[in-house]
Write a protein that binds this ligand. Structure first.
Ligand code: GCB
Length: 594
């Protein structure tokens, strides 16, 4: 599914802005077909945004179930000749869309785009009404998984239920990314895949795309344009390769992008469709202990992040996104992981443009119930249906993100219960499937098991490890990190001979809390803990990256270990630096291992 972009043959209109909104507390909407007539008793709701933190009503914040969105819009008469599409960047977690009461599409999975065709439904030159119902319920077959628990005991009123989930970020819901109307010609370029290789200073850009529609189009022009707009290579087929001598490479810190311009023509030479895809020329490879980008060893310096900000929740927030990339640059970071779900396409575009390296993760988080002896990888919980949904999500993510040069690795999940026997066939299937779809990028699963317990790391290309010595294990004992971490990292390496990225390490620090000698929750403790990890990582050559948890403080569900959210950010939720941010900035100015 190509990201909607304007061109000579394509138009685009955003439906971002205020929508009419109504929470369906009594579960009536679907039965009463609320999509058939204008909603009554609505409030204003911005799109894109999470709805949870917009009002003063905690009932809405904590609502479990459906909410309805509605908006009216016009499309010009001239669009009658076109294929008119409606695209939702993401809606968490399940959505059904109607236009003028006619169902257009439905989708499950809260972090990826979906679309439907409106051409035969829409009133051209007249008013149209779009209705979207969004449901936030998670179950064992959704990604991320969760479970609605009905609590039946004398401590709770009859019918009391909660949405349980075993991951550590607030279950924000709503229409999180833009809703866009766009047109393509009726015969349109549907999908483009570009991969790049470099041999002896010559870049080979392999490409493939297809055209769908009534007309049989066989005349194409495929051109590669540099930043100045010069055509540096061209071809005529829909599956071929372009050669570029002395290419400007996409590099960490220098996101040089070419424009891959595809045009299709009628036999008489008239333009049918045109699409411009930004691409970067680069290679990625793991060789021995090293992660190579363009043949050079790359050391990951950066963070696990979240899409999370005040009021917007998980809704697309251009202000925060641009600020975050400025802070990444200020910190001298070169990479981040899209923990724990695919981020917006707008963020991925920024990473491409700014040369920030990305580990791209599917929303497979919470597949582990800490401290409870419950097996998850079986038909009762994470069985065949969950696996199929996981496979579909990987497929959709790769389809969406395959052309981003910033994406150097796929992560098929975070901290699953990989000590269970049942996790082995499950992840074997996922690793194989991911490689089948894309053999140009390494595949990982972010781990929290101990090396002696893990059963799946051999299926993947690189070990990504989250560790919390002196926080969840031996809280307060900074002096143990050196011993414990070194031993464990050596054990991982001895067992699998794969390079290791520490994809999470860090401590909660409440900005402004100080105590020296350090105690937990102070800025001093956060700094000291991070520094202790560095000492170990710096002496182990097979450690090839450090992603501090987390970039910024973020919202979580309420609980006794969370103080108005998770405070492991080195920036506050409002993006102000804590002491640790200054410390990292100094460390990352150079390659930590040089
Ligand atoms: C983890 C999780 C992350 C949590 C973090 C923490 O291991 O991957 O989602 O937020 O620990 O702070 O507990």
């Amino acid at each position: 599914m190509l990201y909607p972009r304007e061109s000579e043959s394509r138009q685009l209109r955003t439906l971002s802005g205020l929508w009419r909104f109504k929470a369906d507390y009594l579960h009536e909407g679907r039965k009463q077909n609320w999509q058939m007539s204008p909603l009554e008793g609505t409030i204003n709701m911005p799109v894109p945004a999470s709805y949870n933190d917009i009002t003063q009503d905690e009932k809405l914040r904590d609502h479990i179930g459906d909410v309805w969105y509605e908006k009216t819009f016009f499309v010009p008469l001239s669009w009658r000749e076109e294929r008119v599409m409606l695209r939702v960047g993401s809606a968490s977690h399940h959505a059904t869309v109607w236009v003028n009461g006619v169902k257009v599409t439905e989708h499950s999975g809260g972090f990826l785009p979906f679309e439907g065709e409106l051409s035969s439904i829409i009133n051209y030159g007249e008013e149209n009404r779009i209705s979207i119902v969004v449901n936030n319920v998670l179950d064992w077959n959704s990604l991320p998984p969760g479970e609605v628990k009905h609590i039946e005991d004398e401590q709770h009123p009859k019918g009391y239920k909660i949405q349980e989930y075993h991951y550590d970020f607030f279950n924000y819901a709503g229409i999180h990314r833009p809703v866009i109307l766009y047109t393509t010609p009726k015969t349109y370029i549907e999908d483009i895949t570009v991969t790049t290789d470099i041999k002896d200073k010559i870049a080979v850009v392999h490409y493939e795309f297809k055209t769908t529609g009534e007309k049989s189009v066989t005349n194409y022009s495929v051109e590669l344009l540099d930043k100045e707009g010069n055509i540096v290579a061209s071809e005529k087929g829909n599956k071929d390769r372009l050669m570029v001598e002395n290419p400007k490479l996409w590099q960490p810190g220098e996101g040089y992008l070419y424009t891959f311009r595809v045009s299709s023509f009628e036999t008489n030479g008239d333009l049918v469709d045109r699409y411009r895809l930004p691409i970067g020329i680069r290679t990625v490879e793991i060789k021995g202990e090293q992660f190579l980008i363009n043949g050079k060893p790359f050391y990951f310096k950066g963070f696990g992040k979240h899409e999370d900000s005040d009021f917007n929740g998980r809704g697309l927030n251009d202000v925060i996104n641009v600020k975050d990339f400025n802070l990444l640059e200020w910190s001298n970071a070169n990479s981040f992981r899209t923990s724990h779900y695919p981020y917006s396409e707008e963020i991925m575009d920024l990473a491409d443009e700014l040369g920030i390296v990305v580990i791209d993760e599917v929303p497979a988080v919470g597949m582990n119930i800490w401290g409870q002896n419950i097996q998850l990888f079986n038909e009762d919980k994470l069985g065949t249906d969950a696996l199929n949904n996981h496979i579909k999500t990987i497929k959709d993510l790769i389809k969406r993100d395959k052309n981003h040069p910033s994406v150097v690795m796929w992560s098929v999940g975070n901290e699953a219960a990989t000590f269970e026997d049942g996790s082995v066939p499950y992840f074997k299937k996922l690793a194989e499937f991911t490689r089948e779809l894309d053999n140009t990028r390494p595949v990982t699963l972010v781990q929290s098991s101990k090396p002696k317990d893990d059963k799946v790391a051999q299926l993947f290309d690189i070990i990504c490890l989250n560790r919390y010595y002196s926080w969840y294990e031996d809280p307060g004992h900074l002096e143990l990190i050196d011993f414990q971490l070194e031993k464990e990292l050596k054990d991982w390496y001895a067992k699998y001979k794969q390079p290791i990225i520490i994809t999470e390490y860090g401590a909660d620090a409440i900005a402004g809390f100080h105590q020296d000698p350090p105690v937990m929750f102070t800025e001093e403790y956060q700094c000291e803990m991070i520094k202790e990890y560095h000492k170990v990582m710096d002496r182990l050559p097979f450690v090839i990256g450090e992603h501090v948890w987390n970039f910024a403080d973020f919202a979580t569900k309420q609980g006794v270990t969370r103080i108005v959210g998770n405070k492991k950010g080195v920036f506050t939720r409002q993006r102000q630096p804590k002491a640790a941010a200054h410390m990292l900035r100094k460390r990352w100015l150079a390659h930590p291992k040089e």
